[in-house]
Design a protein around this ligand. Structure first.
Ligand code: ITT
Length: 196
């Protein structure tokens, strides 16, 4: 069984990835270490910079296969806000703050996006996943994390927070980028960016 390291502070993300990995006969090891996360206006630049920062500051990782992931919630009527600022906005405004901003808004369309930067054999590859839904009018459900209680999926009519991890893993943005990554691990040569 091939092992890849997932460098994240977020245990929920690791648990989602770990379950998906089993379908590909792979295993994910959780590594919770500090690294510099830049602020930028797209998730691709953030994930790539985090990956490069780790390679530079933790040279021992150069011998490993590892990935970082950056995700965000993009709300159409707010011109894509909070998007790449999702972590800060979740900490400051929280779900209540987003619901307040959306109080009299009829267009509730939103999507979650996940970008993985995967490093192996001196190269970095990006994998992207997106899931469309709407911002519900109140919080519903207690599972998951972050904006899960206010994100209603188009497919199931449930918020992510009302879904088990297994069901969220059928619909989420993250399972899409993870599946892309696990699928491509055997053909790791296209669309690479230098890791140096
Ligand atoms: P890392 O250590 O991996 O960066 P994080 O929790 O800080 O973990 P991100 O920066 O990728 O994760 O995510 C930004 C915010 O977006 C995060 O704080 C959540 O509030 C929200 N978010 C990301 N993915 C989510 C998901 O699957 N469900 C709900 N909210 C999510």
């Amino acid at each position: 069984m091939k092992e890849v390291y997932f460098i994240t502070h977020n245990k929920h993300k690791y648990e989602e990835a770990s379950e998906i990995a089993k379908n590909y006969k792979m295993s994910v090891e959780w590594v919770d270490i500090e690294y510099e996360e830049i602020q930028a206006n797209n998730l691709e630049d953030i994930a790539l910079a985090s990956c490069k920062n780790l390679i530079q500051t933790k040279p021992e990782l150069k011998k490993k296969h590892f990935f970082v992931e950056d995700a965000g919630l993009f709300i159409e009527s707010l011109n894509g806000f909070p998007g790449p600022y999702s972590a800060f906005i979740f900490q400051t405004l929280g779900n209540e703050g987003i619901l307040n901003l959306m109080k009299s808004e009829e267009n509730r369309v939103a999507y979650f996006k996940s970008v993985i930067a995967y490093f192996a054999n001196g190269k970095i590859k990006l994998f992207v996943g997106k899931t469309k839904g709407t911002i519900f009018t109140e919080k519903r459900g207690v599972k998951g994390f972050g904006f899960d209680p206010i994100f209603l999926t188009a497919d199931e009519g449930l918020t992510f927070a009302e879904m088990s991890l297994t069901t969220k893993n059928l619909y989420s943005h993250r399972q899409k980028s993870l599946r892309e990554m696990f699928t491509s691990l055997t053909t790791f040569e296209n669309k690479t960016v230098s890791g140096e």
